[in-house]
Each structure stands twice: as C-alpha cells, then as structure tokens.
Write a protein that binds this ligand. Structure first.
Ligand code: 2PG
Ligand code: MG
Length: 420
C-alpha cells in the first residue's frame, strides 16, 4: 500500500483550448507522481457561474496559482479531496472564485483527485464511485451547432444533440453518434447546402430553420437506428438565455424570423418535443425562468427538461428548482462551481431528487479524458461530450477504456439507461 498522496509542488501555465483561446493548466506533484489538468472554458456561460479567471485574465490566474496556491497546497494530502477543495475556497476568499478563478480551482481540484488515484493505482472513476458496480454514461453529442457556438448563417438553437438510448457498449454508442453526424452532412448536401462548416463543438453549421434541421436529423437517426439497433434519439440545448431579449420581453429567433413570448416559447418547445420525439431539452427558457421551466416540465411528459445556465451545478439553485418543480435533469460542469466536492454535492442533491445528471464538457475543451472518469465515477447516466474532433473523441475513447477496465475488475453493470 502506498502512503498518502502528499503534495510536494504545483506548477501552472497558460495553454490553449480547442477554440484556440487561453486557459490555465496545472501540474500537481506528489508520491512520485504527477497529475496534469487543463481547464475547459465556456462561451455561452451562465450568469450565475463562478468567475472563470480573475480580473487580469489567464496570466493573472497563473501568477496567483503559483504565488497563492502552491505554498498553501504543499504538504497537503491529495487523498483528502474535501480538505483540498476547502483550501481552494479559503485561499480564494470570495463566493465566486473571483480571486483565483474558477478554472484554476477546477484544474487543481481535479488534479488532486487524479494524483490520489495515480499514487494508489486505482482508476479515478473507481476512486470516485467507491465500492459497488458502475454503469457507463451514455454519450450525448451535438451533430449540428448554431447560436453562439457558430458564425454566419446558422440555426438559432445552439445544439442539436443525439443520444443512442439503447447502445450496448461504449464503442457502439460513440460510433452510432458518429454515423448520425456523417449522415447529417450527406443529407444536408443532398438538400443543397452549399458548404458545410463546423461549430465550436464539431457539430455541422447549417443554414436552416429549427424545424428543417430537426427533420433532417430525425431522418439521419432513423437510418442509423435501423442499421445499429442503438435507438438514437434527439435532444436540444436551446441555450435560451442567448435567445432571450429582456428589452423585447421575447425569445428572438433571427434565422427562423420570429419573436416568441414566454408562453409561445413553451408551446414551441412542446411542439418540437412531440413532432420529433425529443428525449432531452436543455435550457428551453432563460436562466432565471424557474416558473416557466416548471410549466414546461409539467406538460412535457417523460422528456428530460434539463437545467444548465438555470442551475449552474449549484445546490442553492437546485433547491430553488426543486421548490418550483422546474426540471428533471441537470447539466454538471465542475468549472461552473469550481471544485469536485461542490460538484459531488450538486450531483447528490439532484440524484436524490430523481434528476438525471448529465456530466458536461465546455465548448472550449482540452484533449484529455478525465471528464469521462468523473461522469462514470459520479454515476451520471449521461455525458455530454460531443461526437467528433480530438478534444471530444478523447472523452469517448476514455469511456471505451473505462468499460474495458470495469469489466476486468468485475464491476461493470453495463451501459446506463435514461427514460426514453
Ligand atoms: C452548454 C455548453 C457546452 P459552453 O451550453 O451546454 O455545450 O456550452 O461551454 O459554451 O457554456
Ligand atoms: Mg447548455
């Protein structure tokens, strides 16, 4: 048995994410090992998320990690996640991680978990899951990207997602989504799309209305479901805060050419759910619309109504959603809240209320697989991590590795399932 994973030093640097924007990377050393984690960054960030970088940006974040965090963490035990995360809050001293930055908190917190897992030669997912069996999270990924994740002529809605609800393995799940992605391109070309580009997360950017895009994706899903048996279903991340205009008191769809009141938005989304058998709708309303979310959820039958910008992985906001009955699923992004312990608390609170927890990437990602380890470790039935592109595939490949490892250890309980 190795001794405690005692942290000996920390290094921090500025690196790049998949969008080519700067972010912070941290190396934690201890017990003869090194754990390296770079933080992803969002573009359609929720107003209630913690601050990703301190004023002064990434350079200031790196400087503060070296000066403020390195001396405080040195000598601490990385096996004690809670203590590490409390230390991050203590050194920061604000309630939004404005001093050290939420992205630095993310990188250090996950790196501590990774260091401990390396020192004790136990995979991260298993360390997080504790005893018992694990299920492989179902990958949810976008095949079409629009909104703030794309430029030029594009769909109003940010993400058109697919999930292989009956996939029998991690590899089959990833491949089914990839097949839908390429089928979508083929159909779009057939329909006369002049040129197909990709958005920040690798989904195709289509000059189409919401309805046209959904018809095309439905047909791609049918073809792939027939060929694979994976029953690929459709979801959306409406990212409605970016459509919402407070001034006009309306959701503004530029490409579709319409402005919808709150009630009309609810009816519009319900129509989409019905016509396209949507299993999942994320942020169908803006980030403070707890009551409108509740109205939609009550009318949406079994469809997962998921809060991302609404809930920002924050237990106080989950409490508010529970009071109103606003959602039945939650996006979990550790850098919305800063630390792994904070995320675990949010996951536990949401899961004990029966929510489906969806571990999620950010639009600006890095090429590593920890997200998959954390998703399986925290028993999230879904992982939103894209379909294609190195920084997305790295998570899908990690799911394949986790499945193989869990099988060897005889702790595999198969693929997760969602109400579909
Ligand atoms: C979202 C995410 C990830 P961002 O809205 O769910 O898909 O986007 O990272 O830009 O917040
Ligand atoms: Mg979202």
């Amino acid at each position: 048995m190795a001794g405690p994973a005692k942290i000996t030093s920390l290094a921090a640097r500025r690196v790049l994410d998949s969008r080519g924007e700067s972010t912070v990377e941290v190396d934690l050393f201890g017990g003869g090992m090194m754990a390296r984690v770079a933080a992803p960054s969002g573009k359609s960030r929720g107003r209630w998320e913690v601050q990703p970088f301190p004023d002064g940006g990434v350079d200031e974040a790196v400087e503060r990690a070296r000066k403020l965090l390195a001396p405080e963490l040195s000598g601490m035990n990385a096996d004690r996640q809670q203590q590490i995360d409390e230390k991050l809050h203590e050194v920061d001293g604000t309630d939004r991680f404005s001093r050290i930055g939420g992205n630095t908190a993310y990188a250090v917190s996950i790196a501590a978990a990774l260091l401990s897992s390396k020192v004790h030669k136990k995979p991260l997912y298993q360390k997080l899951a504790g005893s018992g069996k694990v299920r492989i999270s179902l990958p949810l990924g976008n095949v079409v990207g629009g909104g703030t994740h794309a430029k030029g002529k594009r769909t109003d809605i940010q993400e058109f997602l697919v999930v292989p609800s009956k996939a029998s393995s991690a590899a089959q799940a990833a491949e089914a989504n990839i097949k839908v992605h390429s089928e979508v391109a083929q159909l779009a070309v057939q329909k006369g799309s002049p040129m197909i580009g990709k958005g920040d997360e690798g989904g195709y950017v289509l000059d189409m209305t919401t309805e046209q895009a959904l018809e095309l994706i439905s047909s791609a899903c049918q073809t792939v479901s027939l060929a694979t048996g994976a029953d690929v279903r459709i979801g959306l991340d409406v990212a409605a805060s970016s459509l919402w205009s407070k001034k006009e008191d309306a959701y503004v769809y530029k490409r579709d050419g319409r402005k919808l009141s709150e009630g009309e938005q609810i009816d519009f989304v319900l129509g989409l759910i019905e016509r396209h058998r949507l299993v999942y709708v994320e942020d169908p309303l803006h980030e403070d619309a707890f009551e409108a979310f509740a109205e939609l959820r009550k009318k949406a039958g079994g469809t997962l109504i998921c809060g991302d910008d609404l809930l920002v992985t924050n237990t106080a906001r989950i409490q508010q959603a529970l009071k109103h009955g606003s959602a039945n699923a939650i996006i979990v992004k550790t850098n919305q809240v800063g630390t792994l312990s904070d995320s675990r608390r949010a996951v536990q609170k949401a899961q004990s209320a029966g929510y489906v927890t969806v571990m999620s990437h950010r639009s600006g990602e890095v090429c590593s697989g920890e997200l998959a380890q954390v998703a399986v470790g925290l028993s999230c039935p879904m992982i939103k991590c894209g379909v294609i592109g190195g920084e997305r595939i790295s998570k899908l490949n990690e799911l394949i590795r986790i499945e193989e490892d869990a099988e060897k250890r005889k702790i595999l309980a198969g693929m997760a399932r969602i109400p579909a």
